[in-house]
Design a protein around this ligand. Structure first.
Ligand code: ZN
Ligand code: MN
Length: 470
């Protein structure tokens, strides 16, 4: 038997307005090299100034991940040369990160320890086209936090849950949009494999640049198999950095891994230590939005939402707000949830629209809820009504005539039943002969004739009464 252990390093781009050390715009998708200045390009003589908002965001992230916040932390230079880094060093944090010793609980009760969380700047982006490579330095100096876990994961499934929860915490805090496809959340996976009973070797294999959660799970499972096979054949594993090929689902060797000493870390001489007083940490704690776990608890306890629905709903913090306004407007906890989960989500399938809660005005839906509660509309009408409200972005009263939905009177229903019996003489015979299902055909005819406005229950009652008279 073999087992694996996985540690994760996650880089998250902070959504501050400007970059980490200069006033250049921090925004994704701009024209190449249109948001650069001497500071983020590292031209001689330029001096960095630390972005206060980025520090506050890092503290928020630390609190959200149950970390200790250091009253004093130090920026450091990490030296390496690569074409996406014109300064030839990255300003990051080394021995004194801003946050340490946090944790995240997974649903199976497993505790993932967070070793550290530090602030650093992003590098530029290289774009490879045919034989040429272009450099876009807009991303140079974009603020990042890097979150490093202990090697506590024992399966790809745990890694997936961690990343999803992490993303949710960051989005809830409003400090990053965490879009893996845009690179605002990036994970490096360290994975070691050993024979059960033996010790893990010191040699770590790192997989870099995986851009979706499901690819990450695939890469981990592939690497587990690969390393197992090497060990089974009596081979040895080396420290190395590997990439992941999305097309083949395989990992490949990129380079032998460098060690920390290769980077020649030293304290950044241009930036003084980062000091945060207790009062400021307290103030940040006070203004923190409700975190996902607390939100889930509240949905379960106060709104009687099931664990399962709550777990799902908290993925969309704005949808939770929307749900709460539905309840506030309609006074109906259970039915509001049903409408949101079964009807609105069924019609709004686009993930971004769900995240942004691009739903019909809560007032419009609350009106539908009260019409249903008062019996003015039937369950079967709801989907059609909501569909039209979404499509036209108008209220029920602007779109429909309530008379369309009023049920037929008993007399009107009886008249339709009589006609239906006339038309379905075969079915009547079959029913009298003991075939109970034949009744459905007759009720069906009534519903059709009434354009759905008859009550099926009532029609059935009347038909039975009429048949007994035959
Ligand atoms: Zn700049
Ligand atoms: Mn890093």
């Amino acid at each position: 038997m073999y087992e694996m252990t996985v540690g994760l390093e996650t880089h998250i781009e902070l959504s501050t307005k400007s970059k980490l050390f200069c006033s250049c715009k921090n925004s994704f998708g701009m024209e190449a090299n249109s948001a650069c200045c001497p500071v983020c390009l590292g031209l001689p003589g330029s001096l960095p100034v630390l972005n206060r908002q980025a520090v506050r965001f890092a503290v928020m992230a630390g609190i959200g991940l149950n970390c200790q916040i250091s009253p004093s932390s130090v920026m450091a230079r990490k030296n390496y040369m690569y074409p996406d880094l014109p300064k030839a060093y990255q300003i990051t944090q080394g021995d004194y990160p801003i946050c340490r010793e946090g944790f995240m609980m997974l649903s199976d009760g497993k505790k993932i320890r967070i070793k550290r969380l530090h602030i650093e700047e992003d590098a530029g982006k290289l774009i490879h086209q045919k034989e040429k490579t272009y450099a876009d330095y807009n991303r140079c100096g974009v603020p990042l936090i890097e979150i490093v876990t202990e090697p506590d994961f024992t399966s790809a499934e745990q890694v997936r849950e961690y990343v999803e929860k992490l993303r949710l915490v960051m989005r809830t805090l409003g400090i990053s949009n965490c879009r893996m496809q845009e690179g605002s959340l990036r994970c490096d996976v360290n994975i070691s494999v050993k024979k059960t009973g033996e010790n893990f070797s010191e040699k770590r294999i790192e997989i870099k640049n995986i851009n979706s959660v499901s690819f990450m799970a695939k890469a981990i499972n592939y690497e587990f198999k690969r390393q197992k096979n090497v060990l089974k054949k009596g081979g040895e594993l080396n420290c190395e950095t590997r990439g992941f090929n999305e097309k083949t689902g395989e990992t490949f060797l990129m380079r032998e891994k460098e060690t920390a000493a290769d980077y020649r870390y030293f304290p950044e001489p241009d930036i003084p230590p980062v000091l945060i007083c207790k009062e400021e940490i307290e103030e940040i704690k006070q203004m923190l939005p409700e975190l996902p776990e607390a939100k889930k608890d509240r949905l379960v306890k106060f709104y009687n939402v099931s664990e399962k629905d709550a777990e799902w709903l908290i993925k969309y913090p704005k949808a939770v707000e929307y749900y709460e306004s539905l309840v506030r407007l309609s006074g109906e906890k259970e039915f509001s949830l049903k409408l949101l989960l079964n009807h609105i989500f069924a019609l709004v399938k686009d993930e971004t629209s769900r995240e942004e809660a691009r739903f019909p005005k809560a007032e419009y839906i609350a009106e539908v809820i009260s019409l249903f509660s008062s019996g003015a509309i039937k369950k079967g009408d709801i989907q059609r009504i909501i569909e039209k409200i979404i499509l036209e972005n108008k209220s029920f009263s602007e779109l429909f005539d309530i008379n369309e939905f009023t049920e037929l009177s008993d007399d009107e229903t009886e008249a339709l039943c009589k006609a239906a019996l006339e038309e379905n003489q075969e079915a009547v015979k079959a029913f009298l002969g003991g075939k109970e299902k034949a009744l459905f055909a007759i009720v069906g005819t009534v519903m059709k004739k009434s354009c759905g406005k008859a009550s099926a229950e009532k029609a059935k009652e009347i038909i039975l009464r009429l048949i007994n008279k035959i």
